[in-house]
Design a binder for this molecule. Structure first.
Ligand code: HPA
Length: 235
């Protein structure tokens, strides 16, 4: 047991999928995993372990934003020995060629969060994906004939920023989309010498103000889950 995860030491697999929404964790466990069992109900931040094509895999909700995901990742890496972590989430596109429903593999994560300024005493750390997981996920997407975008994204602390034009600065420097957790996942993976990758579906475009319907989100979400699970199995 850790402070926020009420699981026995061996109840969590070495490979884990990390959606923000705990009900998404339950959906994945019920629709994609064989023999799922729920190991955590603390704060309703559900976590499950089952198998996918015979490989033991867990799926854990993380909540929204860097402080929330930080708690779960710290405990999963430090207390449960998780080796490979794949975040699956949604993002807002900030490039015209990155369309709603597209999938992004986040190569790096810039951030407006202050957490790494504090951690590194004002120095800048570059949160980066595991090349092994990124390369595997990219290869699987190619064989499925699905185009994925690979590039830098932004992990922001503000879903509702004070300056609604703020995204344009990140866009000028080539960032593809904005979400709220990846920079902390990659930083903690570096700290604990583990592997991490963030897969995102584009739920809305900050460029055009388009948004996906709930039904569309579910369909692209299912593709992203399959890509994450296949990557988890072959990496
Ligand atoms: N901002 C931050 N996170 C997000 C967004 C956004 O516009 N869309 C989906 N996740």
């Amino acid at each position: 047991m850790s402070i926020h995860i009420g699981a026995k030491a061996d109840a969590i697999a070495e490979v884990i999928l990390l959606p923000g929404d705990p009900l998404r964790a339950q959906f994945i466990a019920e629709h994609f995993l064989e023999y799922p069992t729920r190991y955590n109900t603390v704060r309703n931040m559900f976590g499950f372990t089952g198998t996918y094509k015979g490989k033991r895999i867990s799926v854990q909700g993380t909540g929204m934003g860097i402080p929330s995901i930080s708690i779960y990742i710290n405990e999963l890496f430090r207390d449960y020995g998780v080796q490979k972590a794949l975040r699956i989430g949604t993002a807002g596109s900030i490039q015209p060629e990155v369309k709603i429903r597209d999938v992004i593999l986040a190569q790096s994560a810039s951030t407006d969060s202050n957490i790494n300024n504090i951690r590194f005493n004002g120095r800048n750390f570059a949160p980066t994906a595991s090349f092994g997981l990124l390369n595997t996920a990219y290869g699987i997407a190619q064989t499925k004939g699905v185009t994925v975008h690979v590039g830098g994204i932004v992990s922001s602390d503000s879903f509702y920023p004070e300056d609604p034009e703020e995204w344009k600065l990140w866009a000028r420097f080539g960032c593809l989309a904005i979400e709220m957790e990846c920079a902390e996942l990659y930083t903690l993976a570096a700290k604990y010498k583990r592997e991490a990758l963030t897969l995102l579906t584009v739920s809305d475009s900050i460029v055009t103000a388009e948004a996906t319907s709930a039904e569309e989100r579910q369909k692209t979400f299912n593709f992203m889950v399959e890509l994450a699970l296949e990557t988890a199995c072959s990496a």
